[in-house]
Design a protein around this ligand. Structure first.
Ligand code: THU
Length: 133
């Protein structure tokens, strides 16, 4: 699972971006990720008149992950309305971490990075397990 087809992932993210609902910011986002079983899950941002409850593209992506059979994320990319790669926001890095394989790869504005590089010393499920031991 080391050969990631980044072009295919970016194309899936760009396709999802076209379905974004972003009438307020006018900033469309699409996200795509490769799952451990080989399938690709996607998401787009869905805004709301109550601005603060906007759903980022990554929210839709992790929802699709769960609702299409689960698994873990191997590689991830998100794009803006021009199809250019953007960084997932801080909150969404946490969303991704929950479902990432160790060392999950992201295509970022500064090249291919691991989840640990974009969310160092992450708080995660293991912290909760340790607290209940
Ligand atoms: N947005 C995402 O969907 N994902 C990100 O990681 C960054 C921001 C969306 C939220 C909002 O609809 C728009 O981009 C502008 O912030």
């Amino acid at each position: 699972m080391t050969d990631i087809d980044w072009d295919e992932l970016r194309a899936a993210a760009t396709d999802a971006m076209r379905r974004a609902y972003a009438p307020y910011s006018r900033y469309k986002v699409g996200a795509a990720a490769l799952v451990t079983d080989g399938r690709i899950v996607t998401g787009c941002n869905v805004e709301n008149a109550s601005y603060g409850i906007t759903l980022c593209a990554e929210c839709g992506l992790v929802s699709e992950l769960a609702n299409s059979g689960g698994g873990s994320l191997v590689a991830f990319v998100c794009v803006n309305g021009h199809g250019d790669t953007i960084m997932p926001c801080g909150r969404c890095r946490q969303l991704l971490f929950e479902f990432a394989i160790p060392g999950m790869l992201l295509e970022t504005v500064s090249g291919i990075r691991t989840i640990d590089e974009v969310l160092p010393d992450a708080f995660g499920p293991r912290d909760l397990e340790e607290a209940t031991r």
